[in-house]
Design a protein. Structure first.
Length: 301
């Protein structure tokens, strides 16, 4: 079933099953009819992870969200006009009830269900279980071969075996952290992503957060040149903090960033994004109450 959000750019129509996005911008609806909820929400289900990546942003403090709470938040977000939730972590496939959560979202809401994973826990059975309830997978692949193995401590050939399991089964994209070590592998990474029928390459210049260090200006210049010269089949996306490096403009230029995205960390704190240190604890009054308080605080800041 399609969902509609009204806002300063017009009427945004989204169908989760096909991934179709349509913007009707001939008439801008009055402000009192705009959809006031985050369009997409990322949810860190757990801080647990079985990798030790050198640039990892995630908190290392043990934490895990309550299963029933996440279900209730999904119902609330769906009702408020949110288009989709993205499960992450940590490693979301370490969350004990990850399959049940995806299946609940698919059958009890109209939210698009996505997941960001390192991919190494995928199996034939896991793919079979996920493909009926997950609309899109995001697989992290920072560099190729030796570069990847040095950063992630896992076999790159093993990752390719996992990509072969989802090829043609579940729509997926590649998340690619860009830094001095990975920028030179970008062309080969894109070729591999195309070979395994990925839909998107999400470019994430490294930021100074957690274990990460800010990408140098030289790296960002190389990235901008690469984006300009890319002629492959992948849809290129980039983190909002570096949107100026992308050659296409946002399809929703008037959408306020705090309405576009929100993040829930593994302690149940709602934030504007995963890099924010401050946020609102989601109380028994619900996720939208926390969201409204977050927006009010930002207006006063």
């Amino acid at each position: 079933m399609s969902k509609v959000r009204l806002g300063p750019d017009g009427a945004h129509i989204f169908d989760r099953d096909s991934g179709t996005n349509i913007l009707l911008n001939e008439i801008i609806p009055p402000r009192d009819r705009w959809t006031f909820s985050p369009r997409q929400v990322s949810i860190a289900l757990t801080n647990a992870c079985d990798l030790e990546c050198t640039h990892c942003y995630a908190s290392k403090m043990p934490a895990r969200l309550n299963f029933e709470s996440v279900k209730q938040w999904m119902l609330e977000l769906d009702s408020a006009g949110c288009f989709g939730v993205g499960f992450g972590g940590g490693e979301p496939m370490l969350y004990p009830k990850i399959l049940e959560l995806c299946q609940f979202g698919n059958s009890h809401t109209n939210l698009a269900i996505t997941m960001t994973s390192h991919g190494h826990r995928l199996s034939v059975q896991m793919v079979e279980d996920l493909k009926s309830s997950v609309n899109f997978l995001r697989i992290s692949m920072d560099g190729v071969h030796h570069t990847y193995e040095k950063i992630r401590g896992r076999s790159f050939l093993s990752l390719l075996e996992k990509l072969s399991l989802i090829k043609g089964e579940i729509p997926f994209g590649i998340n690619y952290v860009v830094n001095e070590a990975t920028i030179s592998d970008l062309t080969r990474a894109a070729e591999i992503a195309e070979e395994f029928q990925a839909k998107e390459l999400l470019l994430l210049p490294e930021v100074e957060y957690g274990r990460g260090n800010v990408a140098t200006q030289q790296t960002l210049t190389k990235l901008s040149e690469w984006v300009d010269s890319y002629r492959g089949s992948l849809q290129l996306s980039i983190s909002s903090a570096h949107s100026e490096l992308a050659r296409s403009q946002s399809p929703l230029p008037a959408e306020a960033e705090e309405i576009a995205f929100a993040h829930i960390d593994a302690n149940g704190i709602l934030k504007r994004c995963s890099f924010d240190s401050d946020g609102q604890i989601i109380s028994d009054r619900g996720v939208m109450h926390a969201f409204n308080k977050l927006i009010e605080e930002q207006k006063l800041a």
